[in-house]
Design a protein around this ligand. Structure first.
Ligand SMILES: C[S@@+](CC[C@H](N)C(=O)[O-])C[C@H]1O[C@@H](n2cnc3c(N)ncnc32)[C@H](O)[C@@H]1O
Length: 222
């Protein structure tokens, strides 16, 4: 069993369960053309997020980390006609690519791309008292995950679902000897989930086209 096999199985699933999707495939092509790194979720992971948001009946979705808008298109598609997605991105160039991709995918009317450091944008939303979000996807700089969790809990309600991507870090998350900022951020995030009585959480390792990785999922109890 190796990465080549994980890739082949992902392709096999994606061919059957997703297929050719011009808006999504063009978004990836446009992102690559603009020089964005291919650190978007894989197609089957994007659809998995879409399904989670659908299952939850999300009307208000928050994403931290837009890149070229690939996962944002999936999440926007999960929304009802009057649903909204707010997605936060630090890099102006990425936000511009995302806006173009979201427009081409026909979901711009539901999506606001907020430029700037996510912590600043989150603090502003807390200050403004925006309505709580139903579904939150955390996928930016992992070193800030503990701070993101602290903020998004102020933007949540009982029943809000929070998904954090890339929590495995090539296994380093479970090895205390590894002290780099992203690993420490993810480790602290998981510890916060474990010790907060308002939250119920699990984390799952995955393999696939994006290698060995995983996500954490949480529901806010009260
Ligand atoms: C992994 S990519 C997001 C991928 C995207 N969710 C997808 O699957 O299509 C992470 C993004 O977070 C952005 N980012 C990193 N640090 C940030 C910060 N402090 N505030 C806002 N965005 C940040 C990066 O510029 C990058 O575009």
């Amino acid at each position: 069993m190796n990465e080549q096999t994980w890739h082949a199985v992902d392709e096999w699933f994606c061919e059957r369960l997703i297929g050719y999707d011009p808006a999504l495939d063009d978004a990836l092509a446009a992102s690559a053309k603009a020089g964005l790194r291919a650190i978007n979720v894989a197609p089957n992971q994007g659809k998995f997020l879409y399904l989670l948001a659908r299952i939850q009946g999300a009307r208000r979705v928050l994403e931290i980390g837009t890149l070229g808008g690939y996962s944002a298109i999936w999440l926007a598609r999960a929304l009802p006609a009057d649903g909204t997605l707010v997605t936060l991105e630090a890099m102006t160039a990425n936000a511009a690519v995302a806006r173009a991709n979201l427009a081409a995918a026909g979901v711009s009317d539901k999506v606001t791309v907020v430029e700037g450091l996510a912590l600043d944008s989150l603090d502003r939303m807390v200050e403004e008292g925006v309505a709580p979000f139903d579904f939150i996807f955390i996928d930016a700089d992992k070193s800030n995950n503990p701070h993101y969790l602290e903020r998004v809990l102020k933007l949540s309600r009982p029943g809000t679902v929070i998904v954090a991507d890339n929590v495995v870090r090539d296994g380093r998350v479970a090895d205390e000897a590894h002290r780099d900022d992203d690993v420490v951020g993810v480790r602290r995030y998981i510890d916060m989930l474990a010790h907060d009585a308002r939250l119920e959480s699990s984390a799952v390792q995955t393999v696939g086209a994006k290698g060995w990785d995983g996500f954490a999922i949480t529901v806010v109890k009260a």
